[in-house]
Structure formats: C-alpha cells, structure tokens
Ligand binder design. Structure first.
Ligand code: GAP
Length: 452
C-alpha cells in the first residue's frame, strides 16, 4: 500500500465527481467548493447518519432547520460582534493579508518580507443587506455557527413539544466565515456545514453530560470508519477557550496536512440562554453576558423539585460536515497492488456512507434483453430505499469495476448471457474482489442483509 497525500484525495475527488473548486470556469474562488454527484451522496449519507444517531435513535432530542440570515441582535448578544475575529496583518511589500497566528518567523508567506503591519482584529462574519434599500442600517449576518438559532428557538421548541431538561435540539446546516486564509482543500473554507447538538442540562449535571457526549461522539466517528489511531482528544487551555466556553475538548484528527480539529465538544454553561433571555436580572447567571434589553422572551425553566426558575446549561458537540467528509475520504482511500503487477485505487467506505450502494452492469452495451433485465433489477433494489443504485450501460466491465472501486460502491452486479438461462447474476465485492453467482430471486435479501 502506498501512502496517500492531500493531492491524491483532491485528484480523486475531481476525477470521480466528489468535489470541485467553486466557480471553476471563472478561475475559481478560494475557500469555496461544490459537491458533485458522488460528493452530494456521501455528504447526505454522513448527515443522515448523524441525524439518525442524534434524533431518531434517542428519545431526548428534537430537530430544527432555522434560517441562515440572522438579525444583528442575535450575534450582538452572542458576543460574536465583539469577539469573533482573527488577528490580521498586512504585508506592506506585496499587499497580501495573513492571519498573524499562522505566520512562521514573522515573515510574509507570499514574498518573505518582514515589513508587516501590527495585528488588528478582523471580524469573520459576512453581512448582507435585507430589503430593497441598502443603507447599511438594515442588514443581516450570515450565521457563522448554526447553534444561535437553536438558542433563539429554545422557548418555541419547549412550548411545542413539552420537553423537560435534560433534552437537546439538533440542527444541520450551512455556516459562513470570512476566513482570512482558507486552505487545505475542504478543511478550512468560507462556506461549510455544521452538525450541532445543543443539549440543555441542569447546572450541577453539566460536567457529567460533557463527559457523556465526548464518549458518544468518539463512538460515532468510529462507526463512520475513523480509526482510533488517527484520533486524539485535546483539552483546550483556559486562555484558548472561545468566549462562550467554560471547557472544551476537541476531537483532533490526523488529516493529510496534519493533526487538526474535527469536532469540538464544549460546555457552554449558561452563556447562551443567559445572553438571549429577557429579564436577565431574574436569574443568577454565572457567565459574563452582554446586557440584553431587546429580547422579548424569558429562556429559563422551572426546577420541578424546588419550583425555582433557572437558566439551563448547554453541552454542545459541534462537528464540521466538510471536515468529516475529508477525514472519511482519507481513511477510506487505498492504493493496492493486485494480481499481475496491477494496482487499483479503492475507497473502502463504510457501506452506509457509499454514494452508490450497488451498480448493475449489463455485460454488453445495448444488448436489449440484458439491459431490460438490469433495469428491472435496478428498480427493485432502488425500491428497498437504502440509497442510490446505478445502472451502468457502458459495456466495459473492467472500466466499470475500476470506477466503482474508486467511488466506493460496495457491490457490483453483472447481468450476462448466462443470466438469461439460469436467472442468476455475478456479484462482486469491492473490498475482497470476490465474485459469486446469486439467484435473482435471492438478490433483494442478499442486498438488504449486506447493508444491515
Ligand atoms: N458552535 C460552536 C462552533 O461553531 P467551532 O469550533 O468554531 O465551534 C465547530 O466550529 C466545527 O465546525 C469545527 O470543529 C469544524 O469541524 C467546523 N468548522 C469551523 N470552521 C470551519 C471552516 N472554516 N471550514 C470548515 N469547517 C469548519
């Protein structure tokens, strides 16, 4: 097996339709990527797996899909207007801009000049005008994290579901950050997706729940095919914590470019509901929050034993979808030597993540009987509802196997002339490359069992 690099992954992603540079035909835009036919399936499967584990398989979490454009008050009260910034320096020689904390030896990475300005804060939030008049007064932020709308909808969800603490609200969606130096493919981008759970707990139970969610999240990443050898937990030092966090543990992954954050699991204490609540003075809020005289809603709950009102604390596992996709591609990508001095690239994805679940291949292109039977098999397997099943009518079996190895299709089903006589097909396994004959009558059972 040969070691893989980021270039290997970028090249496979483009060649096989997973991920393209955005606005490619106009020269491309830094920090923006588009997911192609295979990428969108992989990403949807990853998001579905998260949603299933967070919402469907639990009895204490509700879902939400909130608007991206947010009223300025949301990100004023959340502290983002004041603190969500990176230190920026300008190079006076070549006029480029860099993040001060990413410079090596205080040199401009572009022209190696030492003539740099002092660092100054650069807010990462994107703004856009709302309504027909762009007078600078009526604007919205494109949310830089998905969770704030979970907090602003806290009371709506409580009232409509009758939940009591502990319970959580899950959301998957886009977030936007005007990163100064987007880099490393889809690792640091300006438009990305997050999968965030905000889990509301009693203050004295917060640390226990924090530990619980760290373990749960490690287990989940393993199920997505992430090897424990490539994962490390990092306790964020007090002085490095985000403004809202009391304690954060990052799940660090060994990406092709180095070890970096895949997911953060934060104990946000009472900062969020305490920031957005009306009548802050009615609660004893521990966190340092901005005075809020705009909120119309109290975000406290009543302790069922002593009947006192309090602000729930929040535990937040927050994972990046794009970083998840990158880690999963990195784990699955293999270059293997096979028979007769040949080699192949194979994407050994966990089958629930594979973009295509099965490819149905008539041995000869346009051979009517084979193609019609293949279409029928495709329709029947598609109806099972496990994901996309594809008909491959190009006639080149070798090329089809190569392509489906590279996009991680777990099984290829070939319909040949013998099929017309014995009603059986050849099923090839992606990982072992073993082939066996299976009767068409047993195919749905075989297929269902394979994915279960
Ligand atoms: N609500 C908490 C929050 O947003 P964060 O650590 O800033 O915390 C959470 O972001 C996750 O979002 C990160 O662990 C990462 O996976 C993903 N993420 C953050 N910034 C990103 C970027 N510029 N590009 C891609 N993913 C990013």
């Amino acid at each position: 097996m040969v070691a893989k690099t980021m270039e290997d992954l970028v090249s496979l992603c483009k060649r096989r339709g997973f991920i393209f540079q955005s606005n490619d035909i106009y020269g491309g835009t830094k920090g923006l990527y588009d997911y192609g036919p295979m990428g969108v399936e992989l990403k949807n499967n990853l998001k579905h797996s998260w949603w299933k584990s967070m919402v469907y398989e639990r009895d204490d979490v509700e879902g939400l899909d909130a608007a991206i454009l947010s009223a300025p008050e949301v990100f004023r009260m959340s502290g983002h207007e004041d603190t969500f910034s990176d230190p920026l320096v300008d190079c006076r020689s070549c006029k480029s801009r860099w993040r001060a904390d990413q410079l090596q030896n205080n040199l401009c990475p572009n022209c190696k000049s030492k003539d740099l300005t002092d660092p100054r804060p650069f807010n990462l939030m994107f703004k856009t005008a709302i309504g027909p008049v762009d007078d600078g007064k009526s604007f919205a932020y494109l949310r830089p994290e998905t969770c704030q709308q979970i907090f602003t909808n806290f009371k709506n969800i409580l009232d409509s579901t009758s939940r009591t603490v502990p319970f959580g609200i899950a959301q998957i969606g886009k977030a936007f950050r005007n990163e100064i130096t987007p880099r490393n493919f889809i690792f640091r981008v300006r438009e990305f997706e997050q999968m965030e759970l905000e889990f509301f707990v009693e203050p004295e139970k917060a640390e226990e729940w924090h530990k619980y969610w760290i373990n749960k999240r490690l287990e989940w990443w393993k199920i997505q095919g992430i090897s424990s050898d490539n994962i490390k937990l990092l306790n964020i030092e007090k002085e490095e914590l985000s403004h809202y966090s009391k304690a954060t543990v990052d799940i660090m992954y060994n990406f092709p470019h180095g070890e970096e954050e895949l997911e953060g699991i934060a104990n946000r204490s009472d900062f969020d509901l305490g920031s957005h609540t009306k009548n802050q003075q009615d609660f004893s809020i521990n966190s340092k929050v901005i005075k809020n005289d705009k909120s119309t809603t109290k975000l406290g709950v009543q302790n069922l034993d002593d009947k006192k009102w309090y602000i729930p604390h929040v535990i937040e596992p927050s994972a990046g979808v794009d970083r998840g996709v990158l880690a999963i591609l990195n784990e699955a990508y293999k270059e293997e030597n096979i028979q007769d001095n040949n080699s192949r690239i194979v994407l050994s994805l966990q089958s629930h993540l594979s973009p295509i679940k099965a490819a149905i291949i008539p041995l000869k292109k346009n051979a009517e009987k084979l193609v019609n039977l293949s279409k029928k098999i495709k329709t029947n397997l598609q109806k099972v509802g496990l994901g996309r099943v594809m008909l491959e009518n190009s006639g080149n079996i070798g090329k089809n196997y190569r392509r489906h190895d590279e996009i991680g299709t777990p099984i290829c089903i070939t319909v040949d002339f013998e099929t017309l006589d014995d009603n059986s097909v050849t099923v090839r396994d992606r990982d072992t490359m073993e082939q066996k004959r299976i009767s068409i009558d047993n195919l749905i059972n075989y297929y269902t069992d394979y994915f279960n």
